[in-house]
Design a protein around this ligand. Structure first.
Ligand code: SF4
Length: 336
């Protein structure tokens, strides 16, 4: 497989350019490279497009929690499962803005707002648009995740000034229906197209550790990399244990080296996308996170909680980035 990659490269020296025609065999061959070769290649590409010593810091707030009619098999917020989570109504704008201000003070540059809906009702969308405009007014980038959108709803969010819309593909096309049955992958691709057409940047990634094979993880990356345009943000989530959801029966935490390999392949396939270590970072050692940064990850969520799951505390993140001599808005970091 390694030879297949080398042959393709020699025919196409532009392999590091942005491509949307990757095939699964190429991704597999990259994944199978000797670890030093893979990391060198990913880091080299990373340096062409990003400051390798900088990490983006985003903050995530659940503005409407639980009671979701979708059946995503990993999610504490699905109404299909008895997870013990209490459903809440859409938060008041004032509370959202106060939380955004605190996140900004803590070093977040992007504020992401998530609502557990299949799709937003137009009257709720208007409230979210007000929140988006107000958070923009704080000088932060904005992202929302509200489920499926119509073209008109995407246009309305664009008008409100939304920077990013998050809508994950979650996993590979082959594994998808083992995780979700209430909406199709095509539904998701349609929403991503509406978001693009409205001129909003796309945040789209998935989850690893739900019992999928390595081939599924690579299939997910190839799916993302072959969208008409690469998502500007690619969140990679590590499965979080959630009481009462079906994924518990199949979940298996990936080998740390396998995770680093996956991040490196994401970096190579989508050279200009920001790759974010999202949920599950509390399970990663400092050393594993450092390897992920070397492999091309360049964004993290900060804060104590991600929607309904735990996240490393700010002090731990600040300490890690300081020891690595990496910069973020968490504070000016220098080699300790
Ligand atoms: S992941 Fe989102 S859409 Fe799926 S059940 Fe959870 S809140 Fe609903």
């Amino acid at each position: 497989m390694v030879h297949a990659v080398a042959a393709k490269e020699s025919n196409n020296r532009d392999v590091e350019a942005v491509r949307t025609d990757w095939d699964r065999a190429e991704a597999e061959a990259l994944y199978a490279l000797p670890f030093p070769d893979l990391i060198f290649r990913a880091q080299s590409i990373h340096r062409e497009h990003f400051d390798p010593n900088h990490v983006e810091t985003a903050s995530l707030l659940s503005i409407k929690t639980g009671g979701c009619p979708e059946d995503c098999g990993y999610c504490a917020q699905s109404a299909h499962y008895d997870t013990g989570l209490k459903a809440t109504r859409l938060m008041d704008k004032a509370d959202v803005i106060a939380t955004a201000e605190r996140a900004k003070d803590a070093g977040a540059t992007r504020f992401c707002m998530a609502a557990a809906w299949r799709n937003p009702k137009d009257r709720d969308l208007e409230k979210v648009c007000d929140m988006v405009s107000a958070v923009k007014g704080l000088g932060m980038e904005t992202c929302v995740t509200l489920g499926m959108l119509t073209p008109g709803q995407a246009a309305r969010l664009a008008e409100a000034g939304l920077d990013f819309y998050n809508h994950n593909v979650d996993t590979s096309p082959e594994f998808y229906d083992k995780i979700i049955t209430t909406r199709t992958l095509e539904d998701r691709i349609d929403t991503l197209a509406h978001v693009r057409d409205a001129g909003i940047k796309v945040c789209c990634g998935g989850i690893v550790g739900m019992g999928e094979r390595v081939d599924d993880r690579l299939g997910m990356l190839v799916l993302l990399a072959n969208l008409p345009a690469h998502p500007e943000s690619v969140p990679i989530n590590l499965w979080n244990e959630v009481k009462g959801v079906p994924v518990n029966d199949s979940a298996e935490r990936p080998d740390p080296i396998a995770l680093v390999r996956l991040i490196a392949v994401a970096r190579i396939l989508m050279p200009k996308s920001v790759v974010r270590l999202s949920a599950g970072r509390q399970y990663m050692t400092d050393e594993l996170q450092a390897l992920c940064f070397l492999a091309g990850a360049n964004s993290i969520f900060i804060g104590d909680v991600l929607l309904t799951t735990k996240n490393p505390q700010r002090d731990r993140d600040a300490s890690l980035l300081q020891r690595l001599g990496m910069r973020s808005q968490l504070g000016q970091s220098h080699v300790a």
